[in-house]
Ligand binder design. Structure first.
Ligand code: ADP
Length: 594
């Protein structure tokens, strides 16, 4: 991504550079062409001007040659007065026609008269026979020449005409014209303007460094010729440096001159630079536009990416929410199902518990059957013996003995009735709520088990009977309370069965509004594993047939139903103890006492 962007920038830079360079190049070429065209047009105007300037004086020497005293001087040279006369005449004409000089030469080229006769650098007495214009004129033709004056060292255009009398050439009149003024017009031009002769030697220019330089290397012939005519006063003519720059050119004048215009390269360059600048601006705008576009696109992309991310996040959130909801619903369903199961279990438990209470009673009844049978058998056997004996006593007429036996029988049956009464109350399913004397319940329970305690030789220590004001009266079902106590006594009896010391002691107390029955034994006590499961239904350590593991579970639920507590613990001196706490009416935990 980064590399790609850098590459794009590089390409843009290259493209911009290319554009600028191309613009510059094209502008240079086009500008150059335009400039040349403009130059050509300018030359078109300038050339005739020059030509007319040269043309203007074409006839002047001829006209001068027509003057009689000029011809006279040529035929009779050396006459001082005439020389003077001609001198002044030439001077006047030169001033009038604004030419550099007018002078008269004889057939040998010696100057006989000159307009500059009175100047230090006068042509008087000089010989110009070697000059081409002189030779031409001597041949009867108009002679024209441009060169540096050998006397004045000033360049000029020379026009010479023969002085004819009939067919005879008496001499030559020449006019020297300065082209300085013409060149002066160019001085202000930005372009380089030159005038070159037919040999391509620049002799007039608005750039001094161009003057007297040749546009091409001069041939030996040309060099010799230049030397022989002394055209440029023996100045060394060096070719210009390098190639001839682009230019407009136009032939002009009778000598095959070339008027040339070299457009100022600066202008073209300035123009081209402007174009390049414009191109640079265009490129810069393009780059800026591209950058802006790129930024916009990136922002758009970023926004899209952000949107996508947002949507993704929202989608994920939805998904997670849905998942969470599903999980919650699942959990809820699970909970509901569990709750339903719990309800059902509770229901089952409750009904089971009810059944168990009944079943437990029956089981205990079965367990008690042996003890009860034993208890009933004894008086029954006694009754039979007493009855048999009584019949014998009656047959023998021993009234008193018979009567005593009947009393024994009555006592025994009364005792049996008592036992049966207890059993009756225990077996029935009872919800009878009444005021119960705990001590009485304890006594009844102990009474039911006393035969067994006796049989196994276990000592049962019961609390002394309580007097009326100290009675512990609770509200509840007497049968059930007895069921609990019998159960605890039986467990204690079982516990001490194999112990060395075999005793069970029961105490009664009133603690914090509770009637508390404590049944302690000298058995092995409760191990940790037993203590942990003590009140669980069907938990038993006893051999099958002996224990159902229901006793403590039923007892606990009976006690709890009466707002009481059943707790088992180990005695400090060894053995276990079980405490039944039942609320006393009037105590803070008492309910429904009226
Ligand atoms: P079961 O007597 O039919 O076993 P219980 O619920 O009455 O059922 O008693 C459960 C268990 O608690 C007994 O098997 C016995 O291990 C233990 N246990 C009850 N009372 C005592 C006690 N006084 N001493 C030692 N262990 C006892």
């Amino acid at each position: 991504m980064h590399v790609k962007r850098q590459l794009a920038w590089l390409l843009a830079l290259l493209a911009s550079a290319g554009l600028i360079a191309a613009a510059y190049q094209v502008a240079m070429r086009q500008g150059g062409a335009d400039e040349l065209e403009r130059g050509a047009r300018q030359l078109q105007l300038m050339a005739p001007e020059l030509e007319s300037a040269l043309d203007k004086f074409e006839t002047l020497p001829y006209v001068v040659g027509l003057q009689e005293n000029v011809a006279a001087l040529l035929t009779q040279p050396g006459e001082r007065a005439r020389i003077d006369q001609v001198n002044r005449s030439l001077q006047a004409i030169a001033r009038q026609s604004r030419v550099g000089a007018i002078y008269l030469m004889d057939r040998d080229g010696n100057t006989l008269a000159a307009s500059n006769w009175d100047l230090p650098l006068t042509f008087m007495g000089r010989n110009f026979g070697y000059r081409p214009y002189f030779r031409e004129a001597l041949a009867g033709r108009a002679g024209r020449f441009y060169g540096i004056g050998s006397t004045t060292s000033e360049p000029g255009y020379f026009i010479a005409q023969p002085v004819m009398r009939g067919a005879r050439v008496l001499g030559v009149v020449a006019v020297k014209i300065s082209l300085d003024e013409f060149a002066r017009n160019w001085a202000g031009s930005e372009d380089t303007i030159v005038l070159a002769d037919s040999a391509d030697v620049v002799f007039l220019s608005n750039r001094p460094q161009w003057t007297y330089r040749s546009l091409r290397a001069l041939s030996a012939t040309t060099q010799r010729e230049l030397a022989s005519t002394d055209q440029y006063a023996r100045r060394p003519i060096a070719p210009i440096d390098g190639q001839v720059p682009p230019h407009a050119a136009r032939r002009t004048g009778p000598l095959g001159w070339q008027l040339m215009l070299f457009p100022a390269p600066d202008r073209v360059r300035r123009m081209a630079a402007l174009w390049a600048l414009a191109a640079a601006l265009v490129a810069a705008s393009a780059v800026v536009a591209a950058w802006a576009l790129y930024q916009r696109r990136r922002r758009l992309e970023e926004r899209q990416a952000a949107n996508a991310a947002l949507q993704r996040a929202a989608g994920e959130l939805d998904l997670r929410l849905a998942e969470r909801t599903a999980l919650l619903r699942q959990a809820n369903d699970d909970l509901e199902a569990r709750y339903a199961t719990l309800k059902e279990t509770e229901h089952v438990l409750r009904s089971t518990q009810d059944q168990l209470v009944q079943a437990g009673k029956l089981a205990m009844l079965g367990q008690m059957a042996a003890g009860v049978t034993h208890e009933l058998n004894q008086p029954l056997a006694a009754i039979r013996a007493f009855a048999d004996n009584a019949r014998t006593f009656l047959e023998r007429g021993q009234q008193a003995q018979a009567s005593a036996n009947l009393t024994h029988i009555s006592d025994a049956s009364a005792r049996m009735g008592a036992i049966i009464g207890q059993l009756k109350g225990f077996a029935r399913r009872s919800d009878a709520v009444a005021t119960v004397d705990i001590a009485q319940s304890l006594a009844a329970s102990a009474f039911l088990l006393q035969g067994e305690f006796k049989r196994l030789g276990v000592a049962l220590a019961l609390p002394p009977p309580l007097s009326s004001p100290n009675q512990l009266l609770i509200t509840g079902d007497a049968v059930r309370i007895e069921q609990v106590l019998i159960n605890l006594l039986r467990n204690a009896l079982d516990a001490v069965d194999e112990a060395d010391v075999r005793e069970v002691s029961v105490t009664l107390a009133q603690i914090d509004g509770y009637a508390v029955v404590r049944i302690a034994d000298s058995g092995p006590g409760l191990s940790d594993s037993v203590a942990a499961h003590l009140f669980e239904p069907f938990f038993t350590t006893k051999p099958s047939g002996k224990g159902l593991g229901l006793g403590l579970a039923i007892s606990s639920s009976i006690v709890q139903a009466m707002n009481g507590q059943l707790e088992g613990s180990n005695r400090p001196g060894g053995g276990a103890q079980f405490e039944v706490r039942l609320p006393l009416p009037g105590g803070e935990t008492n309910e429904g006492n009226e």
